[in-house]
Design a protein around this ligand. Structure first.
Ligand SMILES: [Zn+2]
Length: 462
């Protein structure tokens, strides 16, 4: 009805001019309900960038109930008539933009928010979402659980790669969108909540304790955590002044202690190879959650489902450079995370009494053509279910060893340091890595990558 009246009034010149202006404002369109990644088409959202998340969680282990408020400071990247956030399950009671209640609706894992007035491109605005319920983890295409994963005793293992962030906070959940975080978690006294970055404050009242965490470097949503347990906590500074905060389930403490004691040495060793450690905090979360079946490089503070071995610690620490500081543009390029972290293990082993990296390459190459290793190319997993399969890890490491053989140690380690340094806190894709490798080495490398990164099956010769 409003539209019909406006059309009638448009007959007068002044109103026509006004309407032309209005229709420019009316040129605002909905943000895309996807980041456009074919592997996870429902993840991420277009039309805005989240600058900062402020997430307040109140959790009761006995009931598994979560009461939460998320305040997102965002910037519109187009004239926005509405936009989506990713949120799975939970009940949203209100959404406000710049303090005023606005309309919202739910559909699948999308929370659609419609501001009262279009948000012009470039506008910074805050979205406050109040929500509650019992979070449920998601099952990934490869069958593993991800997100807010509750254990029998009510403790929570929070690891959200690739799509689990939506199980505990509303987000623009694709690594393309990186943001700073403030996470505050309130739990009953005796429980400890651990997130990324530095612990700013800890306060208790009426039987509950609040932990205020702050991550000041840009972070992809999947790397956020808010893990909760009855942890033994250890905090100290390394010789170079980096604060380390470890939270360990008592059932894993004895086995974890000698490995966690190596954190400063591993960071120092990797800093020599890859360049300065990118973040202002470090540490580990070690849970007693063997059913989870994996560890994750949650930013600044990796999470382990059990006491890690040293190779796993080396791997998750290497991700702080490769994956966390330098993020993927699309999940297809997962080898840029996993191949590099696996190669860090090869390097560590080679320098600590294990086989040389050349021997590792030869041992892998000797595996028969029917082995899982050759199932698909490291650089082209083909589908979401494959991203955590063997090739992006092990064949990804083989690619790096082949590159090192071709260009020599000096150029190779310059390539790794330049990749981490030039793209610090940003993004990179495979074509950019190949271009950097060619630029630094001065060699044409397309056939090397065609064979070892993109080749189907086992290469004919080593
Ligand atoms: Zn990894």
């Amino acid at each position: 009805m409003i539209a019909r009246r406006l059309l009638a009034l448009a007959a007068t010149p002044v109103l026509a001019a006004l309407l032309a202006g209005a229709s420019q404002g009316g040129g605002a369109t909905p943000g895309a309900p996807t980041a456009g990644d074919p592997y996870f088409p429902q993840s991420g959202d277009g039309g805005y960038h989240v600058v900062q998340y402020r997430i307040g969680l109140g959790y009761t282990p006995a009931s598994r109930h979560l009461d939460a408020t998320a305040v997102l400071t965002s910037r519109a990247t187009q004239n926005l008539s509405s936009f989506d956030l990713d949120l799975s399950g939970l009940t949203v009671s209100s959404v406000r933009i710049d303090g005023r209640a606005v309309a919202f609706s739910r559909s699948g894992v999308k929370l659609k928010v419609t501001p009262a007035h279009a948000l012009p491109k470039g506008r910074t605005f805050t979205t406050t979402i109040t929500y509650a319920g019992v979070p449920k983890d998601v099952t990934d295409p490869d069958g593993s659980a991800d997100g807010w994963i509750v254990q029998k005793d009510g403790s929570v293992f929070v690891a959200s790669e690739p799509q689990g962030a939506m199980t505990w906070f509303p987000s623009n959940s694709h690594p393309l969108d990186k943001s700073t975080y403030q996470v505050s978690v309130t739990v009953p006294d005796g429980w400890t909540a651990v997130s990324n970055g530095r612990l700013q404050n800890r306060r208790s009242s009426h039987g509950r304790t609040t932990f205020d965490w702050r991550e000041t470097s840009p972070m992809a949503a999947y790397l956020a955590t808010a893990s909760i347990g009855k942890f033994q906590v250890q905090s100290y500074r390394t010789a170079s002044g980096l604060p380390v905060y470890n939270a360990v389930d008592p059932a894993e403490a004895k086995a974890a202690a000698p490995v966690l004691a190596r954190i400063p040495a591993v960071i120092a060793w990797e800093s020599k190879l890859f360049g300065p450690y990118p973040f202002d905090a470090a540490g580990a979360i070690v849970e007693h959650a063997h059913g989870v079946g994996y560890a994750l490089e949650t930013q600044t503070r990796p999470i382990y489902d059990r006491a890690p071995d040293l190779d796993t610690l080396v791997h998750e620490t290497a991700h702080q450079w490769f994956g966390d500081s330098v993020s993927l543009d699309r999940w297809k390029d997962i080898w840029l995370n996993e191949g590099f972290a696996t190669y860090a293990e090869w390097l560590w082993d080679a320098q600590h009494g294990g086989p040389s990296t050349a021997q590792r390459l030869a041992t892998d190459y000797a595996l028969p053509a029917g082995n899982d290793l050759w199932a698909f190319p490291a650089g082209d997993p083909g589908e979401a279910a494959n991203i955590f399969g063997t090739p992006p890890y092990e064949r990804g490491a083989m690619v790096l060893e082949k590159l090192r053989e071709r260009v020599g140690d000096r150029a190779f380690f310059t390539i790794l340091r330049s990749w981490a340094g030039d793209r610090r806190y940003g993004h990179g894709d495979t074509a950019q890595f190949i271009a950097l490798s060619e630029k630094i080495s001065g060699r044409k490398l397309d056939s090397l990558f065609a064979t070892w990164l993109y080749g189907q099956g086992k290469p004919a010769t080593l």
